[in-house]
Design a protein around this ligand. Structure first.
Ligand SMILES: [Fe+2]
Ligand SMILES: [Fe+2]
Length: 178
C-alpha cells in the first residue's frame, strides 16, 4: 500500500490526505468488526477521494461519459476515481473499485464492503455523533444514519440531491441487513 500512499500524496492536499489515511484506518476497523476483508476496506478507504482535487473540466468530461448527474458535481469524484484507478493505474479489484465509486451517496445495491467505506468516510469527518460505534455494531443502521446526515445537510443548505442518494435511502429501508 506504500505506493498508493505516495501516489495519493501527490494528488491531494495535506488535510485531505490525512482524511484519507484516517478513513482507511476506520474502514479497516469497521470491516474487521463484520468479518470483511480489512485489506480491501483499507485500500478503498485510502483511495476513495483519489479524484477529489482533479481539475473540474477533466472530471466533468469523465463524469459525463459515466452518466453521472450533471447537476450534482459533488458526487462525480467517486465514480471518476474508480474509472481512473482502473484505466490509468491498473487497479482491477472490483470490490475496491465499487466501494470507491459508491462512497459519496451509496447505491441501492451497495455491498457490505461498499457500506463500510461509505460509513468510514463520514466517520473520518467526525460529524455524526455515535456513528463509529454504530458502524461496528450494525452496518445497515450506520448506513441509514450516514445517508440521513447527508440528506439533512443538503436540505438545510437548499442544495440539489442526487436521486441516487434517495434511491439508496429507500433501498436500505427495505433491506434486512448489509
Ligand atoms: Fe469523497
Ligand atoms: Fe472523503
Amino acid at each position: 500500500m506504500a505506493d498508493w500512499e505516495s501516489l495519493l500524496r501527490e494528488r491531494l492536499g495535506a488535510s485531505r490526505f490525512a482524511h484519507s489515511v484516517r478513513a482507511s484506518r476506520l474502514a479497516a476497523e469497521i470491516a474487521r468488526a463484520h468479518g470483511l476483508p480489512e485489506d480491501r476496506a483499507a485500500l478503498a478507504g485510502l483511495l476513495h477521494d483519489f479524484a477529489r482535487e482533479m481539475p473540474e473540466a477533466a472530471m466533468a468530461q469523465i463524469a459525463h461519459e459515466l452518466g453521472c448527474d450533471p447537476k450534482v458535481p459533488a458526487v462525480w469524484h467517486g465514480p471518476v476515481a474508480a474509472h481512473i484507478l482502473r484505466r490509468d493505474y491498473g487497479l482491477d479489484a472490483a470490490d475496491v473499485l465499487s466501494a470507491i465509486a459508491r462512497h459519496t451517496v451509496g447505491d441501492p445495491a451497495m455491498t457490505a464492503l461498499d457500506a463500510v467505506v461509505f460509513v468510514a468516510d463520514l466517520d473520518a469527518h467526525g460529524v455524526v455523533p455515535g456513528l463509529h460505534e454504530l458502524a461496528l455494531r450494525d452496518l445497515r443502521s450506520a448506513s441509514l444514519a450516514a445517508v440521513a446526515a447527508s440528506l439533512a445537510h443538503l436540505l438545510q443548505r437548499q442544495r440539489r440531491i442526487d436521486l441516487l442518494a434517495v434511491r439508496t435511502w429507500n433501498a436500505l429501508l427495505e433491506r434486512d441487513m448489509l
